[in-house]
Design a protein around this ligand. Structure first.
Ligand code: 13P
Ligand code: SF4
Length: 353
């Protein structure tokens, strides 16, 4: 939450919601509100479009009519929108301090050091891929080196594309999405190496690897344990267990399905009435799915919340809209043009796919 002016703190929820509705009506087509599925109900109810990372990127690139794109999510998502939108558009993140901790686990300097160490190992036969959950500098680095961005819904596709270009892949910054994707493609553990930027390994020890994954992680998803799946199955033997690919491989291996946020939503949608679905992802989404499908039993694998996603409240959204209405927008997300140009190259390689 921002350090909000007192007036917002004194308003009741009902007054806040009514004021947001009024602001949206006043701004009309000049405004598009985008919201990630992990946002709280009080915020997501106002999104013109809600989606996972990939869908929101597409939406940001397509929402060309709106003068203002208000992005309710974390910073790398709003930054991506700022890179993909038109120069005449403004991206506003109601709480600009809402950073994804995983995205902060790799910076361009560390990526360059890894690249300089690894690339000669295979005479340049190496391509970088970055998860969308990364800072703009990393996307730009990847774009410059011929690589692309991926999200959890198209990682397998982008890995296939990368291997059609080069023999080896450096994947940043999520060890688990990288490992799960490589294993699902049939690349064995022995050919997946880990790059810890804080303690880089001896590069020669990685010579036999096909994929190098960066040692970054999402604490919201790595908190799920294989024992949680065992316990869920013991309690609900017929349940479908669905988890996000940011979970550790031991958890993914025990689940029935692993899928991006949208993949998880589809799995719950398609489950028959009366069935039990146990979901290993961010709790706000699991809770919303449980409310949306009262004819099914939707349970969290364990309660795990993304604190930075939860930083944005309806009051912050109203404060952002009031800023637009008063002609002094705040929390404007910008990316310098050189970085944006290369990051756009990496993002467009993904969006073309
Ligand atoms: P997706 O929206 O790609 O499923 O990513 C999940 C996530 O952790 C977003 O921060
Ligand atoms: Fe980052 Fe994980 Fe939160 Fe997504 S859920 S924003 S990856 S910390």
């Amino acid at each position: 939450m921002n350090d909000l002016p007192q007036k917002y703190k004194e308003m009741s929820d009902g007054e806040v919601y009514a004021a947001i509705r009024q602001a949206r009506q006043t701004l009309g087509e000049r405004l598009t509100i985008l919201g990630h599925h992990y946002q709280s109900d009080e915020v997501i109810q106002f999104a013109d479009f809600r989606g996972d990372s990939l869908e929101l990127s597409r939406q940001a690139a397509q929402a060309t009519r709106a003068e203002y794109i208000v992005f309710c999510g974390v910073h790398f998502m709003a930054e991506t929108a700022a890179i993909l939108c038109q120069p005449s558009q403004m991206v506003i993140q109601p709480v600009i301090e809402a950073l994804c901790p995983m995205a902060s686990m790799a910076d361009a300097e560390e990526a360059a050091a890894a690249w300089d160490a690894l690339s000669p190992l295979w005479d340049g036969d190496l391509l970088p891929l970055t998860y969308q959950n990364s800072v703009a500098d990393i996307k730009a680095f990847v774009g410059k080196q011929g690589g692309a961005v991926c999200t959890s819904s198209n990682a397998a596709q982008l890995f296939q594309w990368a291997f059609s270009q080069k023999g080896h892949v450096l994947f940043m910054p999520d060890e688990h999405l990288g490992t799960n994707t490589a294993l699902a493609m049939g690349i064995p553990h022995a050919r997946i190496g880990i790059w810890n930027p804080l303690r880089p390994p001896q590069v020669e020890s990685l010579a036999g690897c096909q994929v190098i994954v960066w040692k970054g992680f999402c604490s919201v998803h790595t908190c799920f344990r294989p024992e949680d799946v065992d316990e869920a199955r013991a309690n609900y033997p017929d349940a479908l267990v669905v988890v996000h690919p940011e979970c550790k491989h031991e958890v993914v291996a025990k689940a029935d399905l692993s899928g991006s946020t949208t993949g998880i939503i589809r799995a719950v949608e398609q489950a028959p009435a009366g069935s039990t679905v146990i979901v290993g992802t961010e709790w706000h989404l699991v809770n919303r799915l449980a409310e949306t499908y009262p004819d099914k039993r939707v349970l969290p694998l364990r309660r795990s919340e993304c604190r930075t996603m939860a930083m944005t409240t309806a009051r912050d959204l109203l404060y952002a809209l009031d800023g637009i209405l008063s002609g002094t927008p705040h929390n404007i997300v910008t990316v310098d043009e050189d970085t944006a140009a290369w990051a756009r190259v990496a993002l467009e390689r993904m969006l073309r796919g």
